[in-house]
Design a protein around this ligand. Sequence first.
Ligand SMILES: O=C(O)CCC(=O)C(=O)O
Ligand SMILES: [Fe+2]
Length: 197
Amino acid sequence: MLEGAQKVPSPKLDLYICRRFLAPEACAEIVARIDARRRPSEIADDLGYAAYRTSETCDLDGNDPVVAALNAQICAYMDIDAAFGEPLQGQRYGVGQEFKQHTDYFEPGGPDYARYCAVPGQRTWTAMIYLNEPAAGGATRFKVIDKIVQPETGKLLAWNNRRADGTPNPATLHAALKVRSGAKYVITKWFRERPWG
Ligand SMILES: O=C(O)CCC(=O)C(=O)O
Ligand SMILES: [Fe+2]
């Protein structure tokens, strides 16, 4: 699993970085698809994140061969059966847009947990790929472990949202810092405890 990735040294969290996971040409193909489908997060909100996420989001079309190939590539790299994956999501952050501090897991016992986790269970691993480099800003910050990851075209970032005992790991708290200049494109892939659907 995660061959060629660097583990960020921290006892608190399993976080891996793999530079050049995706070639620049492949990144550009996905950027074009995000541009074709993006919508403001405020309107068609996922999971009630409107106040936290001001970027534009989109579900990528799983029937598109380019998207399907990337999805398969990520699942193979993570060594997780594709059935456990949520659909690939794209994000575009323009100047001033961000995703404030949050965790990707759902608070156990909270209302969202019942709603979004009844069938597939909790989120397990997160994988994300930076598809470009904004001119300024847009880093991903893990405050608890004091780690800032800079966007770099094709760089994959993956972390385990759970601790060794399987409970959600608060040290995964992270934020997408504001883009100061240019635009930032990423895709995110979340995996679940059980098949997605
Ligand atoms: O864009 C980023 O740097 C982080 C995105 C993120 O945290 C998410 O989509 O859950
Ligand atoms: Fe996140």
